[in-house]
Design a protein around this ligand. Structure first.
Ligand code: RIB
Length: 305
């Protein structure tokens, strides 16, 4: 099944620091790198590297040609992408010595989608496939409603969390993909264990993937709960780990793999991702993921919580 990703596209300015800068502090960083990123772009590349057929829809500014080139090089079809006036979206990312990140986003052209552009992209995509979304573009609710009208399957990675998520027609989704922060905010609860039951009660038909970082992931699909732990690898940069998980998990789901196998594939792919610096550039190819699993290169897989 093909994927149409109405995805954000960012220029990532990555500042390496020993610790994140604190309020009121001025800090000198160790290095700056400028990479292709954006949750949308990363997820398109992860989904394509996993083996999906992916079309990316989204807007770039005059500074963004290298972002489209990056997608093309990864095998993503960019024929639905367009140029807009203004600058492309960008992210200011601090990565600390533990490989953790904190991210400041500027929406840029990611926030300039309009209804005409969306309708045309949906029309050109056709009626068979899955629409993938994140929460870094505008008109997410509109895309959900119109993709649903066309009979398309829909997966939303509700990242980053924003209050507008409560206004989207989440009941029309096939898959909601959240981490614990996003899940707790959408479900209006404070404990991890409450997230899936609360979301299930509110959206009975929704399949939900809850990612928990080093603690693994939980998946509730057609009332079946599956959990997985994680590989205990040394992270140098966790940027795009969640995006890698999403792209690879969707490969499993769209190719009718059992949920357990889809989770294992996604977990292995993100374990490889965190061991490299960068966003899109750190997403592994399927052959690497398969051999890491087959040859046990990632060590033991922890038990799910
Ligand atoms: O998920 C990682 C991504 O979040 C980065 O590439 C950055 O652009 C932000 O969108």
């Amino acid at each position: 099944m093909r994927i149409l990703n109405f995805g954000s596209i960012n220029i990532d300015y990555v500042y390496r620091v020993d610790q994140f800068v604190k309020p009121g502090e001025t800090k000198t960083c160790q290095s700056l790198t400028i990479n292709a990123g954006g949750k949308g772009l990363n997820q398109s590349i992860a989904a394509a590297r996993a083996g999906n057929t992916v079309l990316h829809a989204g807007l770039i500014g005059s500074d963004g040609q290298f972002l489209a080139d990056k997608l093309n090089l990864a095998g993503v079809n960019t024929s639905l992408m367009a140029r807009a006036t203004g600058v492309s979206g960008h992210a200011i990312i601090q990565v600390d010595d533990d490989g953790q990140n904190c991210i400041l986003l500027y929406g840029g052209t990611n926030k300039q989608l309009d209804e005409t552009y969306i309708d045309q992209a949906l029309e050109r995509f056709g009626r068979n496939g899955l629409v993938l979304l994140q929460n870094e573009t505008n008109l997410v609710g509109y895309i959900i409603a119109h993709a649903h009208q066309r009979g398309l399957k829909i997966a939303l990675n509700a990242a980053p969390y924003g209050p507008m998520l409560h206004d989207y027609p989440l009941d029309l989704l096939d898959w909601l993909i959240v981490n614990e922060v996003e899940g707790a905010e959408i479900a209006c609860c404070s404990e991890i264990d409450e997230i899936l039951p609360a979301l299930r009660a509110r959206y009975p038909k929704l399949n939900i993937l809850l990612t928990l970082g080093k603690r693994g992931a939980r998946c509730l699909c057609q009332d079946q709960l599956t959990t997985i732990g994680s590989y205990q690898v040394q992270a140098v940069d966790t940027t795009a780990a969640g995006d890698t998980f999403t792209g690879y998990f969707l490969y499993g789901v769209l190719h009718d793999l059992p949920i357990e196998a889809s989770l294992k594939l996604a977990t292995a792919a993100s374990a490889l991702c965190v061991q490299k610096v960068g966003a899109a550039d750190s997403i592994p190819a399927k052959t690497e993921v398969d051999s890491a699993i087959e040859q046990d290169l990632l060590g033991p897989l922890g038990r799910g919580v």
